[in-house]
Design a protein around this ligand. Structure first.
Ligand SMILES: [Zn+2]
Length: 299
């Protein structure tokens, strides 16, 4: 089985359980599911939680879980740039975090207020994975609607019970690929990974930025629709060079292997050779996170 690096592995994935879950068991199950699918490194997106209002593991606790499988997990810190400063990023780095993840920001990613974080991340060589586009989850109305599908109706009721359909200050307008252009121009050595190939609705922006910015990459997580778009819109190896793509699971344990299969389907449909596949499965991420040194032609 070829080696895979998963750049988009949330832990835990949701916080809707009753009481404190058994995180040690959950991380072991995640590790098992990843390894069974061929994943040998996974950027574990975690931490920043704690207290009655935000149940879940803190940064310190998350590292303890990640270290149960030290060969596999590469700790990445979930950060809210409204609350965290460059100095905090340095502390996370010193604790053992190798990367950062952002989503649901209050301002656009390229707001000057966030530049302190980017400056320190660039200095410390901590890649930042950024959610791109509309935040999904729950019911995909293009596939099924609660009006005619019992499972969708059940999904909607569950989301409502969890409070997921409540008012929240979140917008896809603040999480666009072109924001990575601003950041990359100001912090050219900072490694950025835009999730979900830029997000549905944003492929043109995503291909444009990765075409011209050396350290901007994308991940292919997000599920069936994005995998289908990757093929139908000839994104992989045509609009986006194979050096610019990484793979991420961003799904439950029971779906990881299926999405690895889908990745190989995308490869087949895109006509990639083995070296190109290896780039996307593993080598690009290994270089982004500094585990391997990139080489240039002629060296
Ligand atoms: Zn994510």
């Amino acid at each position: 089985m070829p080696d895979i690096w998963d750049v988009h592995c949330h832990f835990p994935r949701n916080f809707d359980g009753d009481g404190e879950p058994d995180y040690a068991r959950l991380i072991d199950e995640r590790a098992d599911a990843l390894r069974a699918a061929g994943v040998v490194k996974a950027s574990l997106l975690s931490g920043g939680r704690g207290g009655p209002m935000r149940p879940g593991p803190s940064y310190e606790e998350s590292l303890v879980y990640a270290r149960r499988h030290e060969d596999l997990f590469v700790p990445s810190a979930m950060i809210d740039p409204e609350e965290i400063t460059g100095r905090d990023v340095r502390r996370l780095f010193e604790q053992g975090y190798k990367g950062l993840k952002m989503i649901g920001v209050r301002r656009a990613y390229d707001d000057y207020k966030y530049f302190g974080i980017y400056q320190i991340s660039e200095e410390l060589r901590m890649p930042i994975l950024m959610h791109m586009g509309v935040i999904g989850g729950g019911v995909d109305y293009s596939i099924m609607h609660p009006r005619r599908d019992a499972k969708a109706a059940e999904n909607m009721r569950r989301m409502t019970a969890m409070g997921r359909n409540q008012r929240r200050d979140v917008s896809a307008m603040r999480m666009r690929p072109f924001h990575m252009d601003t950041i990359a121009n100001n912090f050219p050595e900072l490694r950025l990974i835009g999730a979900h190939m830029g997000g549905t609705g944003n492929y043109d922006e995503a291909t444009s930025v990765t075409r011209w910015r050396h350290n901007v990459y994308l991940d292919m997580s997000g599920g069936d629709t994005i995998e289908r778009h990757a093929v139908e819109r000839r994104l992989v190896g045509y609009e986006i060079g194979v050096e610019k793509l990484t793979w991420g699971s961003d799904c439950g344990n029971d779906e990881i292997a299926a999405h690895v299969d889908r990745l190989h389907w995308v490869f087949d449909q895109s006509g990639l050779d083995e070296d190109q596949r290896h780039r996307i499965r593993y080598a690009n991420a290994a270089e982004i996170f500094g585990f391997q040194q990139p080489t240039l032609a002629g060296e």
